[in-house]
Write a protein that binds this ligand. Structure first.
Ligand SMILES: [Zn+2]
Length: 474
């Protein structure tokens, strides 16, 4: 899960122009680490935080791989992070080879701008006279961050911030600027704050990934009887039996000892367990649990890493001891803010008139065949009708009952009978539906159907196949 973390991907961040880069704000070095950790300078690129993790089912908000974070711990900066996005604007791509420089970075109110060009009132708050944004400027969707002036036409092309997130102008780099030529390429880096919200993903180094379900108030978190300590993070004990991530339980205990001692723990795999030199018995086959259990006991803690805890809500002692320790937790780069998709109404495909697909376009989520099967199995006919018809491509078509065609009907405007017109009843024209095949306006029914059905009839007609509908009541 290392490559999915929101960690420290590089050191020269200040000078980089990555398309997209994730970075955590308050990283720590893990207490439990391998022998090669220092050798490969992994500390230069930390990815997580040593969190106090309690393993218990608390409040129900940690069911099914959900996890609870301590709200105060998050407010102190735990798992805070940023996304950096860079926009590169290259004016050389806007002209052909050999042509003179026409486009320059400038605001539209500088010399050379067309007379009577729209006043750059909104621009000047965000874009300087050089056409580039102010570093540190807070921007929201639609704010301009770059202005390119055409020195021939005097028109300015303005780049605006996209996406609903608030951004800060982090860095502006002039790329490859000659001494005499005007600047033709810039990289503008935006910084987006991404603090933990409900729905974000976290993981330990053992692959125990979970989704934040609630930021629980510190005062309502369970607390230890011995130290009064409240956990940063709560995960459900049911996450362990099937996954068998014993390593995480061992890390929890080992790092707890390490924290008490103020030392790093050697967690290199496949090593012989060497017992504590202070211990009187030199037992080579001692288990890790015994090794760290003894040391925990020396510091006045429970041998098995559990602690008596009190409910933060009720103030009563919990009926069993709670396994609590230190685990290195990472924030993963999958965030709800980038993934959530919701729609009531919006763009439709012009051919089928069904909602378009894709989060970017405000499209719908596909209600596919398997979902359809589920509703059929439940007998939820009205819900099925609602999803597949009413909320999709609802359409009403005029169908000629005589010939059964839905393509031959068309509205025509006719003169009203002179009697009705003489009585002064509105316009003298009226619209009627007639069938072009039967040349009749009788026996025409309005039928509701998905629009794709009409499209199907049209496609079949194009192949010289006639589709006939039999209309009946029932
Ligand atoms: Zn007809």
């Amino acid at each position: 899960m290392g490559k999915q973390t929101m960690g420290t991907p590089c050191q020269a961040l200040q000078f980089r122009a990555d398309n997209k880069l994730y970075r955590i704000q308050t990283p720590q070095t893990p207490v439990a680490r391998t022998e090669n950790w220092a050798k490969f300078n992994v500390d230069q690129f930390p990815t997580g935080t040593n969190a106090i993790v309690a393993v218990l089912a608390y409040t129900g908000y940690d069911m099914e791989d959900a996890m609870i974070l301590n709200k105060s711990a998050v407010e102190r900066g735990m798992f805070h992070g940023q996304i950096y996005k860079t926009e590169t604007i290259d004016l050389t791509k806007m002209r052909r080879k050999g042509d003179g420089i026409v486009n320059v970075f400038a605001r539209s109110d500088v010399a050379g701008a067309r007379k009577g060009a729209p006043a750059p009132v909104q621009n000047s708050n965000f874009v300087d006279t050089d056409g580039l944004p102010y570093i540190g400027q807070i921007m929201v969707e639609g704010n301009p961050y770059c202005s390119v002036l055409n020195t021939v036409t005097g028109n300015a092309k303005i780049s605006k911030l996209k996406g609903g997130d608030k951004a800060v102008v982090d860095f502006v780099a002039a790329v490859g600027t000659g001494p005499k030529e005007p600047m033709q390429k810039v990289s503008i880096r935006m910084r987006y704050g991404r603090n933990p919200v409900i729905g974000d993903k976290f993981s330990s180094r053992h692959g125990q990934k979970g989704v934040l379900s609630q930021q629980w108030p510190d005062i309502d978190m369970p607390f230890s009887a011995v130290t009064g300590m409240r956990p940063d993070l709560i995960i459900n004990p049911h996450a362990f039996p099937s996954r068998m991530t014993i390593g995480m339980l061992l890390e929890s205990m080992a790092a707890k000892v390490g924290v008490l001692k103020g030392e790093f723990v050697n967690a290199t795999p496949f090593q012989k367990c060497v017992s504590d030199p202070k211990s009187s018995k030199k037992n080579k086959d001692e288990s890790l649990v015994d090794k760290y259990g003894k040391q925990l006991k020396e510091y006045g803690f429970n041998y098995h890493g559990t602690e008596v805890m009190y409910s933060g809500v009720l103030g009563t002692e919990m009926t069993c001891e709670i396994y609590i320790g230190v685990v290195y937790y990472q924030r993963l780069r999958h965030m709800v803010g980038d993934k959530y998709q919701v729609r009531s109404t919006g763009a439709v495909n012009p051919v089928t008139r069904q909602p378009v697909k894709g989060r970017k376009f405000g499209g719908g989520i596909r209600f596919g065949e398997m979902e359809r099967d589920s509703l059929l199995a439940h007998g939820a006919a009205y819900l099925l009708h609602d999803r597949l018809h009413t909320c999709s491509d609802y359409h009403t078509a005029d169908v000629c009952v005589r010939c059964g065609s839905l393509l031959s009907t068309t509205p025509v405007i006719q003169q009203k009978s002179s009697a009705a017109f003489a009585m002064g009843l509105g316009s003298n024209k009226e619209s009627r539906i007639i069938c072009r095949v039967c040349s009749s306006s009788r026996d025409i029914e309005l039928v509701a159907m998905p629009y794709v059905f009409r499209y199907l009839a049209s496609e079949l007609a194009a192949m010289n196949i006639k589709l006939t509908l039999t209309i009946g009541n029932g």
